[in-house]
Design a protein around this ligand. Structure first.
Ligand code: ATR
Length: 277
């Protein structure tokens, strides 16, 4: 009997050498004894269409799409699902029966990372930022059942644009957040502020209620200045690495046919890969 062909997937980005996805999926492939491959696939913006076509021709089962290609991939795959359409970005492509289908698992990853800390009475969120990452976060929060999703952004017009996505989104101006913090159950940073090499977010947590959960989608460093300050005040905090781990799960399951576990072993493997960089 001939062996089935090795299933191959990867992550397309530019640059992509810093991506932790090969370590993440590599850990799962090893753990589940799957004869598969997952690698980094560098592609400049002008080469994205050709790269996706190349995956199809080489028999890949799919790919993750990362910065800066998530929006462009929307128009380059044959089909997109409702989630990718609403968020306006594709982060996962599944190739099946000769068709490239795009979805977005970032909202799922964001919610699953917070799930152990979310309570039914948590209804009001304050989201900082209105870029691509914010769209996925806001989509996830609306789907989860948050009743009021305040979005503050340096450029107010982008917060207004985001509000068109769902009636529960309330755009607020950059310096109008103090009163929202008094009643927020969840505070989320979706900007790149606080990331290694960037300045910390310039906001004050002075009015934030003590029970509010604080999370950051930045995970380099794991504890951003925002999370450190929230923790110092006694607010519960969740770091952003779990979102990366959880968003990978649906892709792996679709490509390799195994529902992988997101657990501490995986987190340690990815943290180790991060330390090696
Ligand atoms: P991504 O897809 O990663 O979210 P993006 O679409 O470029 O990236 O969005 C980046 C977000 O970080 C935006 O909300 C941006 O605010 P503007 O819309 O005003 O640009 C926010 N951001 C970037 N630098 C910032 C800074 N120095 N202070 C506050 N917000 C900042």
């Amino acid at each position: 009997m001939t062996k089935p062909p090795k299933r191959r997937a990867g992550v397309i980005g530019w640059p992509v050498s810093h991506s932790l996805s090969p370590a993440l999926h590599g850990h799962w492939l090893k753990r589940y004894g799957i004869e598969g491959e997952y690698r980094a696939i560098p592609a400049a913006p002008e080469a994205l269409a050709q790269t996706l076509l190349g995956l199809f021709e080489q028999g890949f089962v799919g790919a993750n799409i990362t910065v800066p290609h998530k929006e462009a991939a929307l128009t380059l795959v044959e089909e997109i699902d409702e989630i990718a359409r609403s968020i306006g970005a594709v982060n996962t492509v599944v190739i099946k029966d000769g068709i490239l289908t795009g979805t977005n698992t970032d909202a799922y990853g964001f919610i699953e990372n917070l799930r152990p800390f979310l309570k039914p009475e948590m209804k009001r969120a304050l989201v900082i930022g209105a870029g691509g990452a914010a769209r996925a976060v806001v989509y996830g929060l609306a789907r989860h059942g948050f009743a009021q999703i305040h979005v503050m952004n340096r450029t107010y017009e982008r917060a207004e644009e985001l509000a068109a996505m769902d009636p529960r989104i309330i755009p607020i101006r950059w310096d109008h957040y103090q009163s929202v913090m008094e009643t927020a159950d969840l505070l989320v940073n979706t900007t790149t502020q606080g990331m290694v090499g960037e300045r910390p977010l310039e906001i004050s947590l002075e009015t934030l209620v003590k029970h509010a959960l604080v999370t950051d989608i930045v995970y380099r460093p794991l504890i951003t200045p925002l999370l450190a300050e929230a923790r110092r005040r006694g607010n519960p905090v969740v770091d952003g690495l779990g979102m990366l781990l959880w968003q990978a799960k649906p892709g792996f399951a679709a490509w390799f046919g195994v529902e992988p576990q997101v657990d501490d072993d995986l987190r340690q493997a990815v943290l180790h890969a991060m330390e090696q960089q």
